[in-house]
Design a protein around this ligand. Structure first.
Ligand code: NAD
Length: 336
């Protein structure tokens, strides 16, 4: 079987590719990735010599590159996206281009290439925000209500996937996952930013009152859920994948400083993100019942392992932080 993985040089996509090849989920993986600021070939180094691995540097918005990458492909796992909420607040254009237009180009090409299944990797952010004290959690039938430009662009892409399934009969499954953590996560995202800053003795910029709630899932649990969605999911279905692990941001920050052995005073409040969603809460019951999905242990049990990875791979994140990311960081957090 040959799989096409878009965005396979990013955080979650590369974890999927490394695991799919080393655990023999498939014989062949073609990665299509533009290598934007978030894409990093070092993430694929463990499998770069694997006989079944090939890499195409290209844009999902380029129909010719996409068509060539899809030759003899059985399944598409579509990860490629602009993925950072804060960047979407700074400028939304690239989010609409990649997440909406790029997904539509992928869908058209997958149909032409007669791909057997299209797995669209989406997010719980499409559901919008819950009150801290709300009894409900996100279920797949809940109307979508995205607030950030990132979430709005992912919502639009979900609709395009479901429309292609209904209108053209493309076999497609949408998964909506909560906040991922794990190795190789780009160090401008919450957990790797805080872990790496704590290791460097730098401030940990915590948005607002720190009481925002996110559901945390290890990237390894997420990609196993994606495999199950490919294997057992119904075409045209949406599956929520979550970690059953809702935590306040401040509690995650505290767990990080403890695991790193840093001082709590490094945690410093900064002006809240615009329209910052208060709470995300995934109900993964449908995935559990229909796919056999089970999230692993809670984040506290994995924090030491995560911190160890970032400690042992200092060069990986230091190189990134020294590069393009520095200008972005200055714009976001300087003077606060
Ligand atoms: N990180 C999370 O917590 C999370 C949670 C739920 C869903 N998701 C979704 O999972 C997917 C992957 O997220 P991630 O955190 O690994 O993202 P990431 O930003 O680490 O990686 C995105 C990858 O896509 C590539 N890319 C971007 N634009 C492209 C284009 N036009 N053509 C080809 N490649 C392009 C980048 O180079 C990068 O390798 C995204 O679709 C995201 O919406 C992420």
């Amino acid at each position: 079987m040959r799989w096409l993985v878009t965005g396979g040089a990013g955080f979650i996509g590369s974890h999927f590719v490394r695991t799919a090849l080393t655990e023999e989920w498939t014989d062949e993986v073609v990665v299509l990735d533009l290598l934007t600021y978030a894409g990093n070939l070092e993430n694929l180094r463990p499998v770069e010599r694997h006989a079944g691995f090939s890499f195409v540097r290209g844009d999902i918005c380029d129909p010719d590159v996409v068509a060539k990458s899809l030759v003899d492909v059985d399944a598409v796992f579509h990860f490629a996206a602009e993925s950072h909420v804060d960047r979407s607040i700074e400028s939304a254009a690239s989010f609409v281009r990649t997440n909406v237009v790029g997904t539509q180009i992928m869908l058209d090409a997958a149909r032409t290439a007669k791909v057997k299944r299209f797995i669209h990797v989406s997010t719980d952010e499409v559901y919008g925000s819950l009150a801290l004290d709300a009894a409900e959690r996100f279920v797949e039938t809940r109307p979508v209500q995205p607030t950030s430009p990132y979430a709005a662009s992912k919502t639009a892409s979900d609709h395009m996937v479901l429309a292609a399934e209904r209108t053209h009969g493309l076999d497609a499954v949408v998964t909506r996952c909560s906040n991922n953590y794990g190795p190789y996560q780009f160090p401008e995202k919450f957990i790797p930013l805080f872990v790496s800053n704590a290791m460097e003795g730098k401030p940990l910029p915590l948005y607002g009152d720190g009481r925002h709630v996110r559901d945390w899932i290890h990237v390894d649990d997420h990609i196993r859920g994606l495999r199950l969605a490919w294997e057992r999911g119904g075409s045209g279905e949406v599956y929520n994948l979550g970690g059953e692990c809702e935590r306040h941001n401040r509690d995650i920050a505290l767990a990080i400083v403890r695991a790193v052995g840093a001082d709590e005073s490094l945690i410093q409040p900064v002006t809240d993100r615009l329209a910052h969603d208060r709470r995300y809460a995934i109900d993964p019951q449908k995935a559990r019942a229909e796919l056999g999905f089970e999230p692993g242990p809670p984040i506290e049990e994995r924090m030491a392992e995560i911190v160890d990875w970032y400690r042992e791979n200092r060069m990986w994140w230091q190189r990134i932080k020294a590069g393009e990311y520095r200008g972005y960081y200055e714009r976001m957090y300087s003077g606060r």
